[in-house]
Design a protein around this ligand. Structure first.
Ligand code: UPG
Ligand code: 3PG
Length: 243
């Protein structure tokens, strides 16, 4: 039996991640089938872009900060360009990985298997309990989970998880992305709406947790707003119907 070579393009949105980006790139490089690693420097004020380039990543730079969803879209743009000029196979899947996972990033490889075998079109990492303090009350997670369930009937364990592998069909269904921190919720709803299969996969990842200080609470408020907006747009689409 011949095995079909499977290729995956890793896209890493990164804002001020100079302390972690090198280890994260090295981590994802250990995953079988990785054809390229694209780092999108989303207006960092540190050395993120230079370090990523030194590690051999394709680097896309935003002159100013646009937010995570736009960074992901820019990464996809680079991947599509590489497909067009024949540097990537047309069937290449895309694996979105946060920049702050460091060496644990190698564990996102578990997301690739169900997509490469055709068992799923979108896989989402489920993380174990994280080290360090957590200062949230589950408000954003609860809003996201209930909203996805209301719109699709499916209730994810970790609706905000950003580590995701998408088949070409899922990429078509999920783009353009919802803005800012609404990207994951919008993607899940849009891919399910297209009749595609979504699966959560346990991955042994450790990331920088959001704390309990005021900056962290402002971050949660922004997440809440973006998730609410992504859900609101999709509720409206339901009401207005197709076309
Ligand atoms: O303006 C920004 C801010 C962040 N990032 C990058 O986006 C990723 C996630 O950011 P982070 O600050 O680690 O987000 P968290 O608060 O940990 O967010 C959680 O929840 C988000 C949804 O609200 C998901 O996107 C994340 O994957 C998930 O870890 C990291 O690689 C960042 O460098 C950008 O590219 N642009
Ligand atoms: O810390 C987190 O998990 C996110 O920032 C979401 O916060 P939450 O606890 O309000 O859902």
């Amino acid at each position: 039996m011949t095995t079909v070579p499977f290729s995956v393009a890793v896209v890493i949105p990164a804002k001020d991640e100079s302390a972690r980006i090198a280890e994260t790139i090295r981590g994802v490089r250990t995953i079988a089938g990785v054809a390229t690693v694209v780092v999108v420097d989303d207006g960092s004020s540190d050395g993120t872009a230079a370090i990523a380039a030194r590690e051999g990543a394709e680097v896309v730079r935003h002159q100013r900060n646009h937010g995570k969803a736009d960074a992901m879209m820019s990464g996809l743009g680079r991947v599509n360009g590489m497909r067009r000029v024949g540097r990537l196979d047309p069937d290449t899947a895309v694996l979105f990985v946060d920049a702050d996972l460091e060496a644990s990033a190698s564990a996102v490889g578990a997301l690739v298997v169900p997509v490469s075998s055709g068992a799923a079109d979108l896989t989402i990492a489920n993380l174990p309990t994280q080290r360090g303090s957590a200062g949230g009350h589950g408000l954003v997670v609860g809003l996201a989970r209930r909203g996805i369930e209301e719109l699709t009937g499916w209730s994810p364990n970790q609706p905000l998880s950003g580590m995701r592998c998408l088949s070409p069909a899922a990429i078509t269904a999920a783009t353009p992305f919802a803005r800012g921190w609404g990207v994951e919720v919008g993607m899940t709803v849009d891919v399910l709406d297209a009749g595609l299969r979504v699966v959560e996969v346990p991955c042994d990842l450790q990331h920088r947790v959001t704390g309990a200080d005021w900056r962290s609470q402002v971050h949660r408020a922004t997440q809440y707003r973006d998730v609410a907006l992504a859900l609101g747009v999709r509720r409206l689409r339901r009401r207005l119907g197709p076309g």
